[in-house]
Ligand binder design. Structure first.
Ligand code: 2U9
Length: 344
């Protein structure tokens, strides 16, 4: 009996080696392990055997059945793997790939950090459209047509169907249009908002300029808001962002939407004030402009400048991570080089 089990097993296993498809595998299973197989016939016939023989034969038959089942399973996965390799889907010999953990872009993190600081000072965060009307981007901000300030903000005009000279649609050059929209909508001060977002300027690219960059602009309007509030707020921002030891400088500047206007600069991190390529040899990096909101801007949205005053500021966001991490070329942020981005 042992002999014939061995023969059966050998025959079945040899045949299994030749099986090369799912259908052939199923036929093999039916032939060698199915209801009408030799092995099943032996197991069924056990009852006719004398008791002593029944036990031994039954045990042997079960061992063979288990061996054949295991061989079937092994062949099945061999065939599945071979099929996948042939299709070129997968190389099962390669080690698994580790999952890459995503993270926020360094500029996004800085935008969030700035927003959080102003949020903790009582400002609400507001966002607005990147495609704007020139009425909001220029006219409402005290920059009428032919005003020279329009030259400093060369613009990407959007084809809105009008002839080229009569277009009114553009990619916003700053986020200020949203402050105008906000005041127009909510009418009655007090307002304290910051508007983060992308802005666009049609200008040549270099180590400190890109045609797209991020701003966080802020606006506070209320009764009795003074220049001291402006300075106090922006000093506090600089202190929280850069720490208490970084030097800060305020100087007079001009922006059509504020009067008076100032520029706030921070000591250059790359050269510590000595002068280098990043800061154009001045030792200082201008990080924001600010000023008291121009009475014309308030009047334009129906707010009486005799009753209310306000201050506003604009931060060029990319400069801040450049300062903090000593990055000397703004283009690195947007070249999709993971070797650079993974450092943050
Ligand atoms: C309203 C009124 C006034 C926002 C301001 C600046 C000064 C400024 C620059 C900083 C670097 C632009 O990104 S940058 O190149 N911004 O200098 N921005 S005051 O003034 C406003 C805004 C909205 C209604």
């Amino acid at each position: 009996m042992t002999e014939s089990f061995n023969t059966l097993k050998q025959k079945a296993l040899t045949e299994l080696q030749g099986v090369d498809s799912a259908e052939a595998l199923e036929s093999w299973r039916v032939a060698w392990l199915g209801k009408k197989s030799e092995l099943t016939a032996v197991l069924r016939g056990l009852g006719t055997l004398p008791v002593e023989e029944r036990k031994a034969v039954g045990a042997q038959a079960n061992v063979v059945r288990e061996e054949l089942e295991a061989a079937l399973e092994a062949r099945e996965s061999e065939l599945a793997n071979a099929q996948m390799s042939m299709a070129g889907d997968i190389d099962i010999t390669l080690p698994g790939r580790p999952w890459l953990a995503g993270r926020l872009h360094p500029v996004t993190r800085i935008v969030n950090e700035i927003s959080d600081i102003f949020s903790s000072l009582g400002f609400s965060i507001v966002e607005g459209p990147e495609v704007e009307l020139d009425r909001y981007n220029f006219d409402a901000l005290n920059i009428p047509k032919e005003h020279p300030a329009r030259d400093t903000m060369q613009t990407f005009w959007v084809d809105d169907g009008a002839p080229k000279e009569a277009r009114h649609t553009l990619l916003r050059t700053h986020t200020s249009p949203m402050q105008v929209r906000f005041m127009e909508k909510y009418k009655e001060p007090p307002f304290r908002i910051v508007v983060p977002g992308r802005v666009y300027r049609y200008e040549a690219t270099d180590a400190s300029h890109l045609p797209m960059f991020n701003q966080v602009e802020g606006l506070m309007v209320d009764k009795d808001v003074s220049f001291a509030d402006l300075k106090g707020t922006l000093y506090e921002f600089a202190r929280r962002f850069f720490g208490p030891n970084r030097k800060v400088r305020f100087r007079c500047d001009f922006f059509p939407f504020v009067e008076p206007g100032v520029e706030m600069a921070i000591e250059c991190a790359s050269c510590r004030g000595a002068g280098c390529r990043v800061c154009g040899n001045s030792g200082w990096l201008e990080i924001l402009g600010a000023g008291m909101v121009h009475p014309n801007v308030l009047k334009g949205v129906g707010i009486d400048p005799e009753i209310y005053t306000g201050f506003a500021f604009g931060i060029g966001v990319e400069r801040l991570p450049m300062l903090r991490y000593g990055v000397d070329d703004i283009r690195l942020f947007y070249s999709n080089d993971l070797r650079f981005l993974r450092q943050f």
